[in-house]
Structure formats: structure tokens, C-alpha cells
Design a protein around this ligand. Sequence first.
Ligand SMILES: [Zn+2]
Length: 328
Amino acid sequence: MRVVGQNDKKRVWGVGWASGEAGETRGAGRPRGALSRVRIGLIVLTLAALAPGCGQGGDSVRPAGGQPPLNAPPARALDSYATKLRAAHAARVAAAKRWGLKRVPLTAPPAPKKKPHITTRDGFEVDGHRRLGLPPVFTTVPTKKKIVFLTIDDGAEKDPKFLRMMSDLRIPYTAFLSDYVVNDDYGYFKRMQDRGVTLNNHTLNHPYLPALSYTAQKREICGMQKVIEERYGTRPVLFRPPFGNYDKNTLRAAKRCGIEYVPLWNEEVFVDHWEYREWDRELHPGDIVLTHFRGTDDWDGTMRDMIRRFLNKVTAEGYAVARLEDYL
Ligand SMILES: [Zn+2]
């Protein structure tokens, strides 16, 4: 995905240490280097117990089974890998505890090398959608991985502890901002951006767009593009229409303003409940989850309480939270 001026995202959400579970290193061959089989076995058992993102239920410590690998890397590399993994996992356990989570969130797999082809969800097309090359409207990213995406809208609540919580837990999310609620403190969202979050377009004034003319819609969308570009140095390629309501003029205007994707959502999480678009009332791989920058003015709890509800459910169901921009 092209985002002008975007910071290096790998630095912020880096998950490089999450790959390479012990199970993949089993096989033929003899150990090289000075380590005894026993010592390698011990280290590998440790690695297996510590490796996050194994697709298992987010427990903090999990004993490993299986045999030690025979084609293990040289001793020093293995030692330092083990040390790094151990430190990273300990940090994740501590962070989960600090923020009151029931389990340690699962680590998302690395960003895909080949991005999925995003198309408009059936029934969400407008007349001439494809012929006019209008941006796709979708609620789920096509993937088989057990991941969901977190998107947060509007911007009224500006909780500094929420920023710390998300960085501490290393949970990626994407923001859709509406100027009328962010304009009393642009700095809050600058700090969010500095932490690796992409700031996207949710109009200037949050109107019901289909009631407006093409020109008025374009003013709402291009106007917000300009605000984000001037304040944050990036020009969004993601746009979410307020309330999820749009018509052909919305998508035509969005395209003219430089928008390439119109992600909606398949579930919405509140501080005290979830809402679902699908009849099965379940999470699915690639689902986009919506929530809002809201606090105790609107909710019976804080954004941190809402995030706890969100993470406790997705982790318990074996899902990791991935970065939407990595898939677009
Ligand atoms: Zn909104």
C-alpha cells in the first residue's frame, strides 16, 4: 500500500522474532559446533516453550513436546536467539498482566509477501463500480490466517493511557479520523502516528453522505485529506464513510480525492458488548473490527476496558491482531 511519508512500520510493530518455531527445525543432519546434543535439546525445549504465535491459545508458558532438532544452528546464534525470545516473551507476559488481560495476545504472522486481491463484497457494489474503477468496499480481507484487524473511528476520546497500552502490548490498529472531533487536539493523533498508527479519512464533519451532492461529498472527503496531509504529512488511501453509508457519488468523490480502499467492518466492539454483521455471530479470518475513540462520556467504561474486552475474546478464540495496511 502506498502511504506518502509513512514511518518505518517494521520498527514499530516488528515481529521478526516470532517466526521459526521449534517444530520447523526437526529433520535429518548432525549438529554442528561444540554443543552437545543434550544442551541443544534443552535450548530448543526452551525456545519451543517461549515461541509466540504458534497458533495456540495464548497461554503464557507452554511446555514443549517432541524431539530436539538435529540440524540446529551454531551454538552462539541459538543462544542469542533463545535469549531474545525469552526477553520478548517475558515482556509480553508482563505487559498483558500490567494491562489486566486474561491471556497474552497472540503475535500476528509476518506481513504477507504477496498482498491479497481486495474486491467489493457481494451486495456492496454501486452501479458501474468496476467499470468506473471505484475503490473496493469490503468488510473482511481474504486470508486463511487466524487474524483480525482493529480499526478505530472518529476521535472524540483522547486517552493517553490508551496510547501507552497499545504500544506496550504491540497491538496494531488503524485510525479513521473526523476533523470535527480531532481538531481540539491534533497533537494526540500525532503521538499516535509516531507510534506507527496510520491515520485515515473519515470526513471533516461526519455527515450522512448519501444525502449530500457529489460536490458536497467531495468537499467532506478531500477536505479531510487536506487536514491530514497538512497536520501529519501523509495523504490517506483509506476512507471510511460515516455510519458505513455511501452511494456512487461517495465512491466517485473518494477516488478523486486519492482514496484506494473503503474498508467497512464485520464486527463492532463496545465497552460492554459485541455486534456482528453476520448471522453466525462469530469472528472469521481477515475480519475487520470496528470500534470508536470513546470514553466514559459515551460508555460505561474506558477505551482500555473496551480493548480488554476485544483482546480477551480474539485471543481466547485463537486470533491475532494484524496490521490492515500490511494486507492492502
Ligand atoms: Zn464515525
